[in-house]
Design a protein around this ligand. Structure first.
Ligand code: ARG
Length: 279
């Protein structure tokens, strides 16, 4: 097992008390589909339990009636130490989440650092840390359908860290965290078929030991996983993927979050790592 990630042991989650499909802002969402709230609650608690069992601490953001996607805390913003860069959402349907997220972070002693004016960026859903080959922390940032093409410039200006942009070319895989999951300092789950040629080449250089998924596997939310030390908590783990993870010294734990697939999300989207340190 190579060096485990220095982050991923403290997460923010928001219970699905008001989770529903009230609008359609990605190809997964159909407003005529009903959510089984009891099942969603059971799946959410099972995910929280799996993360705690793996050794993670979980902080809770209070749910708000009328904000069904607040459960997807990955989109609240980008965390770096005690700094928090709040998201600026593409769709007005999610815009009212931002003041709620900001209030939580301010209350918990974080400094707020806004994105440059007018720039849309959807937080950790589109920005995940990795380490380049010289050992420097970089932020990989996805763009196109949701975050703006120029958001990486803004992120890097606001945070003072190198940001590597990747264009997300498949509308069904609209956030970076559906296509990329850092596993440790050298390894990551990657979906090159979801990226433009430049992005795929850049990622190929960045990640020395990739675990490559097909687009079909990614559409099963396999990459929307998260890592607590050597435990990979995943919505679904195909045998081939489980075998590779095991060979690398990881333990895969599957948590069914099927109710959240209806909104286009899975395990990673339901969490926001609070212990990321980029600088
Ligand atoms: N319904 C939500 C949206 O479209 C799902 C967000 C999923 N979040 C993520 N980090 N991929 O915004």
């Amino acid at each position: 097992m190579s060096d485990t990630l220095a982050w991923g042991r403290r997460y923010l989650m928001c219970p699905p008390d008001f989770f529903t499909i009230a609008y359609e802002i990605n190809p997964w969402m159909h407003a005529d589909v009903t959510v089984d709230r009891d099942l969603a609650a059971l799946q959410w608690h099972t995910l929280r339990h799996a993360l705690r069992t793996a050794g993670a601490a979980i902080e809770v953001l209070d749910p708000v009636d009328g904000l069904p996607d607040l459960v997807f805390t990955a989109n609240a913003g980008v965390v770096d130490g005690r700094r928090f860069v709040p998201s600026r959402f593409r769709n007005p349907e999610r815009a009212s989440e931002t003041p709620i997220d900001c209030a939580w972070f301010e209350r918990h002693g974080y400094e707020l650092h806004p994105m440059l004016p007018g720039v849309v960026h959807e937080g950790a859903g589109d920005a995940l840390p990795f380490t380049d080959r010289s050992g420097t922390p970089v932020l990989v940032s996805g763009y196109r359908t949701r975050s703006d093409v120029q958001s990486h410039v803004s992120l890097s200006r606001v945070l003072g860290v190198p940001v590597r942009p990747v264009e997300l070319v498949d509308r069904r895989l609209y956030h970076l965290d559906l296509t990329f999951c850092p596993l440790d300092k050298r390894r990551a789950i990657v979906v090159p078929g979801a990226w433009d040629r430049y992005g795929a080449r850049m990622m190929d250089e960045l990640v020395p030991e990739p675990l490559e998924l097909s687009v079909d596997e990614a559409l099963g939310f396999v990459a929307n996983s998260l890592v607590v030390g050597s435990v990979v908590v995943m919505p679904h783990c195909p045998p081939r993927v489980g075998w590779q993870l095991e060979r690398w010294g990881f333990t895969a734990v599957e948590v069914d979050v099927s109710e959240f697939h209806k909104a286009g999300g899975a395990c990673r989207c339901l969490t926001l790592a609070l212990d990321v340190r980029l600088t």
